[in-house]
Ligand binder design. Structure first.
Ligand SMILES: Cc1cc2nc3c(=O)[nH]c(=O)nc-3n(C[C@H](O)[C@H](O)[C@H](O)COP(=O)(O)OP(=O)(O)OC[C@H]3O[C@@H](n4cnc5c(N)ncnc54)[C@H](O)[C@@H]3O)c2cc1C
Length: 583
């Protein structure tokens, strides 16, 4: 069977969903191919969105017309504003979500998006036709020089140096994908967002099982069909903790942590329609210049989280299993996320610490499943369970499943342009975990940019690039494509040298550009999507790049908003959550 589309998105995770929505809303005939339609936007680890810097990315996605903020608001079961003891530049919204409802809210958004079809299948081959010695013109002017050397210990499939001069030498042009069931999807652009699934290998103690996530198959052959064209891949690793039945927990021994009483939320548009159906801000409920929480389309009951601590007995039990730990017996070679270490890594790295703080977080409003945040592990399952049962309050804990680690393939992001299109294969885009990042928000931000650019490419329109001095997404992508990754990349406020400016710009987008055209699904909306993107700051300028060797960032050229500046007290006294769309 042969299907024909403008854009095909491979993978319905956080990157893939935003990419598919953006592409379709931009007017491209789009197909999302994903392994399991019932696990669309599945949160593989903690069912929480936002946090330090990540919350900012979600609001940027929202300001651009993406969906993550709306879906989060509709399914949030606890909202907290982190870092309020510090300056507003680092305030960070975070929401605990109902995992199941998050999936179905995303399904609803996708189902209601025009121009978007879904095909449940597994892609195993990228279809590419050769382009002989043709240097395809690119619109970026950055004179990036990097060594092309990735320093992690995974099995990198290349050696030597790469020098990018700002000109792209495509060796092939993408024509589509082929699935394991033999379906061929022909498309002008393909966006790969396969997450942790590429040659995924899961570990619990010495036991190894192939898979992309627990109880889901790995995607085999796809990596090889991409690397054979000269795209480099390597391995990374991540992990997740045990899930516990809340009926077996003694909550009297734990400290309760409630969410915010104030009506915070992510999206400036939640309550307008609750989905992508209608654009515009009319109908938003404003109370004294703030959003009302009753404006949430989900409005689920808000649930508490719980704090508990490890202790020396727990540590002793965990240490007894270290010889069988795949992290310490040589079984896992690849690098994991530094900022989400496993509990065994914390013990080894901080041997003098007598306790570590853990959070028990609900997985949803109508499930007994609790997530033990901070206890990620790939130790043998009996060791994990014996250790956690020595935590006060968890003595009788019943476990749904143990923690595990997973290794997977990613591709060298320095082989991408700022649009997230490959420099090697024309029309191939990549977004999310496959670019060496970690986190739902980082994935979604890339997905949006890839989706927009794929649609623009089909239309022959100029590229959409976000810059370091206008968004965290710009920082993320610039870091990836100019510096590369040697460990899973997650966003921090400290990575954004223009962070105060970056926050202010979103407010400008919201106030000046409403209603956002990207969310428009009415038939006349597609033309306006592009108009809106062209109006954003910098869209007529070339890329700014970071020189990896000096770590010197060029001074941003600003046309519409002036030089980076410290915001005035007045600007800071109006944090986002009090920003009224009607003011
Ligand atoms: C066990 C585990 C623990 C994690 N822990 C953390 C953590 O502590 N902190 C953190 O920030 N992040 C963590 N992550 C990573 C987080 O889940 C990802 O960063 C995020 O989900 C990436 O989004 P994505 O869209 O790139 O990919 P994913 O969310 O992985 O989605 C990929 C999608 O693509 C589909 N797919 C894959 N291959 C194919 C194919 N060939 N054909 C069709 N469909 C395909 C899959 O079915 C899936 O729907 C963890 C992930 C796992 C698996």
């Amino acid at each position: 069977m042969i299907l024909n589309y403008d854009v095909v998105v491979v993978g319905g995770g956080h990157a893939g969903c935003e990419a598919a929505c953006a592409s379709a809303n931009m007017g491209a005939k789009t197909l999302l191919v994903t392994m399991d339609m019932n696990k669309i936007a599945q949160m593989s680890c903690n069912p929480a969105v936002g946090g330090i810097a990540k919350g900012q990315i979600v609001r940027e996605i929202d300001a651009l017309g993406g969906q993550m903020g709306r879906v989060t608001d509709a399914t949030a079961i606890q909202f907290r504003m982190l870092n309020v003891g510090k300056g507003p530049a680092v305030w960070s919204p975070r929401a605990q979500c109902d995992r199941g409802k998050f999936i179905w809210e995303w399904r609803r958004v996708l189902d209601e998006t025009e121009n978007l079809d879904i095909w449940q299948d597994q892609v195993e081959e990228l279809l590419v036709e050769p382009v002989e010695n043709v240097a395809l013109a690119t619109q970026h002017t950055g004179q990036t020089q990097h060594t092309g050397q990735m320093q992690h210990t995974g099995q990198m499939q290349h050696t030597g140096q790469t020098q990018h001069t700002g000109q792209t030498q495509h060796t092939g042009r993408v024509t589509g994908v082929r699935t394991i069931w033999g379906a061929e999807v022909h498309a002008r652009c393909v966006i790969i967002t396969a997450g942790t699934f590429l040659n995924g290998l899961m570990h619990i103690g010495r036991k190894m099982v192939k898979g992309g996530r627990i109880a889901e198959p790995a995607a085999e052959h796809l990596t090889e069909s991409i690397t054979r064209h000269g795209i480099r891949s390597a391995r990374m690793k991540t992990g997740t903790p045990v899930r516990i039945d809340k009926r077996s927990i003694d909550f009297t021994k734990l400290r309760r942590q409630d969410g915010e009483q104030r009506p915070y939320r992510f999206s400036y548009f939640t309550g307008v329609s609750g989905n992508s159906g209608t654009s515009g801000l009319s109908g938003v409920s404003g109370v004294s210049g703030t959003y009302r929480v009753s404006g949430l389309s989900g409005n689920l009951p808000q649930l508490p989280c719980w704090e508990c601590y490890t202790n020396p007995k727990v540590h002793e039990t965990l240490r007894s299993g270290l010889s069988d730990s795949p992290l310490y017996n040589g079984q896992i070679q690849s690098i994991g996320p530094r900022y989400c270490p496993s509990i065994e890594t914390k013990l080894v790295t901080f041997p003098d610490r007598e306790q570590h703080l853990l959070f028990l977080e609900p997985e949803g409003s109508n499930t007994n499943e609790m997530y033990l945040n901070g206890f990620s592990s790939s130790l043998p399952m009996d060791v994990q369970i014996a250790a956690l049962q020595q935590i006060p309050g968890l003595e009788n804990a019943k476990v749904y499943r143990p923690g595990y680690a997973i290794e997977y393939d990613f591709f060298d992001p320095t082989q991408l342009k700022h649009t997230l299109e490959s420099k090697i294969i024309d029309g191939l885009f990549m977004a999310g975990q496959v670019n060496g990042t970690t986190g739902y928000e980082e994935a979604a931000g890339q997905g949006l940019v890839a989706g927009v650019n794929a649609a623009l490419k089909c239309d022959g329109t100029k590229e959409f690039v976000m810059h370091r001095d206008e968004s965290y997404i710009g920082v993320l992508i610039d870091d990836l494509v100019t510096k590369g990754v040697d460990e899973p990349y997650r966003m921090f406020t400290s990575r954004a040298e223009y962070r105060i400016l970056d926050r202010t710009l979103i407010q400008n987008w919201i106030s000046k550009k409403r209603p956002l055209r990207l969310v428009a699904t009415e038939k006349t909306g597609h033309r306006r999507n592009r108009d809106f993107l062209q109006e954003l700051p910098h869209q007529s300028e070339g890329n700014q790049s970071c020189d990896r060797t000096t770590r010197h960032y060029p001074t941003p050229v600003r046309r519409k908003v002036g030089r980076p500046h410290s915001p005035s007290t007045t600007e800071l006294s109006e944090p986002f959550e009090h920003y009224s769309p009607t003011s």
